[in-house]
Design a protein around this ligand. Sequence first.
Ligand SMILES: Cc1cc2nc3c(=O)[nH]c(=O)nc-3n(C[C@H](O)[C@H](O)[C@H](O)COP(=O)(O)OP(=O)(O)OC[C@H]3O[C@@H](n4cnc5c(N)ncnc54)[C@H](O)[C@@H]3O)c2cc1C
Length: 611
Amino acid sequence: MVSHDWSESTTSDCANVDILIVGAGPAGLMAACCAAQYTRSIRIIDLKESRTRTGHGDGFQSRTLEILDSFGLAQDILKQSTPDVEGSYWTSKKGCGHIQRVGIEEAGNGHNSRFPKALLNQGATEQILLDYLCGKHQIFVERSTLAQTLHIRDVADAAFPVSVGILHVTDNDNQRSKGRATVNARYLVACDGAHSWTREQLNVPTEGDPSGSTWGVFDIVPISDFPDIRRSCAIHSEGVGSIMTIPRENRMVRFYTHLHDGVEKTKVDDSSGVPHELVDRAARTMKPYTLTCKHCDWWSLYRVGRRLTTKYRPHDRVFLVGDAAHSHSPLGGQGMNVSMQDSYNLVWKLGAVLSGLFDNAIFDTYEEERRPVAERLMRLDAKLVEAYENGSTRSDKGVAETREDYSGFMSGIELIYSPNKLVSHGGSSSSASARHVKLGKRIDSVPVTTHCDGTRTQLARYLSMNGSWRLFVFSGDLRQQERMDLLTRFAEAFMKCPSLAKLNQTSFGNSKSSIIESILIHSSPTTAFNLLDLPDMFHPFDEELGWDYWKVFTDDKEHTTDVSHAYETYGIDEAGPCCLILCRPDQHVAWIGDSEDVAGLDEHFSRFVCK
Ligand SMILES: Cc1cc2nc3c(=O)[nH]c(=O)nc-3n(C[C@H](O)[C@H](O)[C@H](O)COP(=O)(O)OP(=O)(O)OC[C@H]3O[C@@H](n4cnc5c(N)ncnc54)[C@H](O)[C@@H]3O)c2cc1C
């Protein structure tokens, strides 16, 4: 196999790097995790001297857990987190002053995801990503390091056109310097938060309204007789106020409280460490139930505002990611999730272009795909804030209905990228169909059986983020000779196509996996034929490791008791044409066709593979 390694440098203090990531919050750390699959020529810097210790984001949507699972990290999150199973809604009748429960609903089962919603503080999440980066890839965040100057050379042949002047600081407040240096990068990934330094350097305006009402937020160990203290709650007490609560790890609960009449920070900060003013306001809203606390982990006051960048790629070599591109209130529990998802969308494209194999025109798809997500997020946020502030009785739609309307979006699972350079329009002359698979949507995982040893497993286990595109081949029952012939014909046509064969035999820098991995899902018993009798593309050979046995699976209904089956789930007719589904490295479906349409598959890649 040919291995593309474009890196000229591999040390973290190198002045010339492929990718410089500014900011080591959730977006920056996720960007580094993705980039590490392609290159070791990465630097990631952050002004802060340590990761987030307390507070900030705490909700994981199902899609974010799927993404973390593609690095093998979801279980680490789930082990520490609190499940978010039920949400309840409370309101008081005017004049009565006492709240009553008006409904309990499931928090959402993740919309066909293997993962539920889960709650864990942002700092713990950052630690899991840091451990992965340092343990698996020896990538370390350079702390107390401020990006201070930005200069981009517009010389077409400059290898490292982005120059960032960095300052090593000893003290974040007065920025006393321990030394300066310059980092030259091929690409700058700006994950520098809501007040993005990069956005400011490049004079990128934002849209939206940054000013809004004030809310208080605090993480406490509550002492309360409120019956739903371990459920997520939206509570509105007419004439008193609105609060939202979220159960957390270590007996903690996160409270958000709307400060409709404003409050001075100095009044809250009474040096006890507990924001009594905020806790008292929440307690008044929760009457007749009581609320006090002895331990507060973190509290803050913030203004609800919405801002969306006008450009996600303000320069050919610079990308705005996460809060740097969009910011809004925390009420939907989306910011950390969407920020990590931005990185997941962008960085595999960067890796593929850096390899010299893919055209940089694919970068347009970053904004094409992620801006609509942020726009929808702004609409959701405006509706949620209004619903919370006005209470479910007065707003057009209450919190419960708004959450219900947006539940698929909030889970991250229902997201569909529109046709673009990387996602086919569909509608080809192909006779195969996967009725329940949508172009542009991430593919559902299904239980399958590994042909080599009969293990029942989730298909997603084999879809790790390593830069590979996955071509799923649904051959049907290979005990039928004509279906085996169909598969053999497909494999021959694929390998005879020079561009596809090259992608099948080429890997990226850090990975042994090929750019196109073929995965066969047949519907015969595992004993029906010998795996090595299948065409070579389904058991690639490595001099050191021998054959790869984990590219062939069966969806053999007769021998399992599972309710969910691949052919049924995807809506593929076993006896019909042999169906092909192509997924991008981020698991979104790019192209669907049949095994006779190798030319169509080739045409899809020809739209972005360098000649
Ligand atoms: C109270 C609160 C509750 C929230 N709750 C949720 C929730 O439940 N779910 C959810 O998904 N999200 C939630 N969020 C939002 C979430 O915290 C953010 O969306 C998330 O942190 C954004 O990640 P990011 O990496 O884009 O930016 P950040 O986390 O802001 O990271 C940016 C980093 O860039 C660094 N930086 C900035 N400028 C420079 C520079 N010039 N040089 C070097 N470094 C620099 C900063 O030090 C910082 O570490 C909440 C936020 C708050 C405040």
